[in-house]
Design a binder for this molecule. Structure first.
Ligand SMILES: Cc1ncc(COP(=O)(O)O)c(C=O)c1O
Length: 388
């Protein structure tokens, strides 16, 4: 099988799977008690938070909250803000968003908040910063956007977005799901308030991580039980606690990043290792995305839905359409060849409508990661040659 459905979820390295297996068989007890094994488990969960915070480069600026999915985190975050915002306060939502970072905010309209859509330029497949400036007001509290659209693949300059939004004191909520498997996250360097990604798309277990900047964490209250103090973070935001074996898996990701950079698996995985590992990941992906996009662009009647180049300012999540063959048919041919891929609206129905894409047929998508190979890409191209 060829795995080209990585924007849906990545594969896990054996060290991650082994760590979860070993944790469950060797130390599967509850946290927070005084006996040695419970202390050990508590430490694993704490260490996983610390490591993921380093992974996002938020160690000195904020904290990481773990949860079950990005969708769950974003609905929780919206609910927390609904408790502290005033009627008439404004929320700006990027048109490029996956519905996980659209619906939670859009629903707040029913509660008296004002929603403003940040529209997409359908030529460049980006939401222009100048338009964001015109949408902002002194009532803007939230700007919600994806770092990369899981349909378009272009990388958004979130640092510039944060600079603009912060001028009026708005919080920036970045959905990093489609970015995090391809490039190193740097919440401090970009000055992001909230950054969320799904760990199952980044070589890990089926969980999600949400970084909150310290000042942002202080302005809302997490929903966990009443006896838990507001300042007890992350617990106040982790309803009932987190997936313990998943935490063991998250920690083991460091071993894989060490391996990618040629270090010993058991070395300390520091920030430099993380950045080097993602430079290697990027370098491995670039030729693959260039080959696919180059092939698609040369094909008459076929269009790439997203930036039409294979450069590093986009990732290897590639959507396309044909004038003569439906996306469903293209995808069926790909899947028949035992290549994992998908078609449809990619959970971004609002974006599809703006791009005039039929919601039921949508786009065909192949999404690659560093472990894919040029041979696999050539096999895909053979299949596409036949169906297109
Ligand atoms: C860009 C993007 N945002 C959010 C999500 C939702 O993530 P989760 O499955 O963790 O809720 C996805 C899932 O595919 C996604 O691709």
């Amino acid at each position: 099988m060829i795995y080209f459905d990585n924007a849906g979820g990545s594969q896990v390295p054996r060290v991650v799977a082994d760590a979860m297996h070993d944790y469950m068989l060797q130390s599967y007890v509850q946290l927070g008690a005084d006996y040695p094994m419970s202390r050990k488990c508590t430490q694993v969960v704490e260490d996983a938070h610390t490591f993921i915070n380093l992974f996002m480069n938020g160690t000195d600026t904020g904290k990481v909250i773990l949860g079950s999915s990005c969708t769950q985190h974003l609905f929780m975050l919206a609910e927390c803000y609904a408790q502290v915002m005033r009627k008439g306060d404004e929320i700006i939502i990027s048109r490029m968003g996956h519905d996980a970072n659209v619906c939670p905010w859009k629903r707040m309209e029913q509660r008296g908040f004002t929603i403003r859509m940040w529209e997409i330029d359908t030529e460049t497949y980006s939401c222009p910063l100048e338009q964001l400036e015109t949408l902002l007001s002194d009532r803007t509290r939230i700007v919600a956007l994806p770092h990369v659209s899981n349909m378009l693949g272009g990388i958004v300059n979130v640092k510039a977005v944060a600079q603009i939004a912060h001028r009026v004191g708005a919080r920036v909520v970045v959905d990093g799901v489609a970015y995090a498997s391809h490039r190193a996250i740097d919440v401090s360097g970009w000055d992001i308030d909230w950054y969320i990604y799904s760990t199952y798309k980044v070589y890990g277990p089926h969980m999600s991580a949400m970084y909150g900047k310290q000042s942002a964490l202080e302005e809302i209250t997490g929903p966990n039980l009443d006896f838990i103090p507001k300042g007890e973070i992350p617990y106040k935001f982790e309803l009932g606690g987190v997936n313990h074996e998943g935490c063991a898996g998250l920690l083991a990701l460091g071993k894989y990043l060490n391996f990618l950079t040629g270090r010993d698996a058991d070395d300390l995985c520091d920030r430099q290792t993380i950045e080097e590992a993602f430079d290697i990941i990027t370098a491995l992906e670039l030729p693959l995305q260039q080959r696919i996009i180059g092939y698609l662009l040369a094909k008459p009647g076929v269009s790439v839905v997203g930036p039409n180049h294979g450069e590093a300012s986009r990732v290897a999540t590639i959507c396309f359409r044909s004038e003569s063959v439906s996306s469903a048919k293209i995808n069926a041919a790909i899947c028949r060849a035992n290549i994992g891929a998908r078609h449809g609206h990619m959970y971004a129905p609002g974006l599809c409508e703006k791009l005039d894409i039929d919601l039921s047929d949508g786009v065909a998508r192949v999404s690659l990661l560093h472990y894919n190979t040029m041979e696999e890409v050539e096999r895909l191209i053979e299949v596409l040659e036949e169906i297109l």
